[in-house]
Design a protein around this ligand. Structure first.
Ligand code: SAM
Ligand code: SF4
Ligand code: SF4
Length: 371
């Protein structure tokens, strides 16, 4: 594997200074980008560090002890994150997801959760507040997160077989501890818990059926994610992608499924129900079926850059505005202006890209902007 790892080109320092337009952009929830897409979903990365080394995300050969993680002073503080989130909500965001890196490594995360939970959307409702985690610290943190106002969690889990799981997280972390974390989240009231499984052909496709059997009938929603060409270090190859259609066919062969309608516009997962009433599963076909047309998601990096696409090569720096004394109207204008200029639709264009026309070597890492 090591020979396919591509050396990291550090794109984190490439950010366009947020240019403020001469006229303010009204924060009335009606914002749209160049393709008419509204802004509804904000993912906030709270750390670029992780205690796992999943090969598809933070391969050990690159993310080693010499890797230059962001220095603490570069990270947005909780107050800065909350101020930025408030402007995004004013522009129409309804859902906030905390991610990373591993978000539960950020100290006192429940303090940030409480601050975000106190914000309001343009409709006056609290934001739908969720978190994606590898589950390793959930046993310790689930109750505090719930008490602070977190609504739900998504836990990443790539298999039930202990040897396969230990190999995929590449730090020898036992599957039993993640399963205990999932139970702790459910017991704390952070449900329905979603489980994300990245499927890599040749690595864990034999875990699909055991995972489906395990979570069927539990009220938890298992979702299979196509292995994506995010970042520039995981040595992604198309032949390691198992298309979602194959995942669905495989599950159907043992556990009959019927298709469900999307529950909200812009939903990334295609949903399927077990025909016998045993709950539902989802597939996220980021590679084989682009969902850019409905993509209403922005990402805020750990040190305050806004990314408009998972495959972006460049972010828009809000931290310089925050720390340069900008008031809330200026911040809201910057957010609005950035979104109004958005043209991104990488997954739609992927099929037409040649190795040279793509931006493969220049993309930012998933562990930096969050999934
Ligand atoms: N550490 C947390 C976790 O693993 O849940 C949150 C951050 S992680 C970057 C967010 C999600 O991205 C996880 O569900 C992970 O499986 C997914 N992910 C990371 N690299 C991926 C890749 N190359 N293809 C598909 N999904 C990926
Ligand atoms: Fe860490 Fe999550 Fe990336 Fe795995 S997928 S290395 S747990 S950030
Ligand atoms: Fe959204 Fe970019 Fe993914 Fe398309 S490729 S769905 S624009 S994040």
């Amino acid at each position: 594997m090591a020979e396919r790892v591509i050396p990291l080109v550090d794109r984190r320092t490439v950010a366009s200074a947020s240019m403020l337009p001469s006229q303010p952009v009204a924060a009335n929830g009606l914002l749209a980008d160049t393709l008419g897409r509204p802004l509804r979903d904000l993912r906030i990365s709270v750390t670029d560090r992780c205690n796992f080394r999943c090969s598809y995300c933070m391969p050990k050969e690159v993310f080693d002890k010499d890797y230059p993680y962001l220095p603490h002073a570069d990270l947005l503080t909780f107050e800065e994150i909350t101020r930025v989130a408030r402007q995004f909500l004013a522009h129409g965001v309804r859902k906030i997801r905390l991610t990373g890196g591993e978000p539960l490594l950020r100290k006192n995360l429940e303090v940030l959760v409480a601050q975000l939970a106190a914000l309001r959307t343009v409709d006056g409702a609290p934001p739908d507040l969720t978190l994606t985690t590898n589950g390793s610290l959930l046993v310790r943190k689930a109750n505090a997160l719930k008490a602070a106002g977190l609504n739900r969690v998504t836990v990443s889990l790539d298999g039930l077989d202990d040897a396969v799981f230990r190999r995929m997280n590449d730090v020898d972390f036992p599957v039993a501890e993640v399963l205990a974390g999932i139970d702790a989240a459910r017991d704390a009231g952070l449900g329905p818990v979603k489980i994300n499984m990245v499927v890599k052909r040749g690595t864990n496709e034999h875990e699909i059926l055991p995972m489906a059997r395990h979570f069927k009938g539990t009220g938890m929603v298992l979702r299979f994610i196509e292995y994506m060409d995010v970042g520039a270090t995981n040595g992604w190859r198309m032949d390691e992608v198992l298309p979602s259609a194959d995942v669905v066919r495989l599950i159907q062969s043992e556990l009959p499924l019927v298709p469900l309608d999307p529950s909200v516009p812009g939903e990334t997962a295609q949903r399927w129900a077990y025909a016998d009433g045993g709950g539902e599963v989802g597939v996220i076909s980021s590679v084989t079926q682009a969902f850019c047309a409905d993509c209403n998601r922005a990402r805020l990096s750990t040190e305050g850059k806004v990314y408009l696409c998972l495959f972006a090569t460049q972010g828009h720096d809000l931290r310089s505005l925050l720390r340069g004394g900008a008031d809330d109207e200026m911040l809201a204008t910057a957010v609005g202006h950035i979104w109004q200029g958005r043209t991104d639709r990488y997954s739609q264009l992927r099929a037409t890209m040649t190795p040279d026309s793509g931006n493969g070597a220049r993309r930012v890492e998933m562990s930096y902007i969050g999934g």
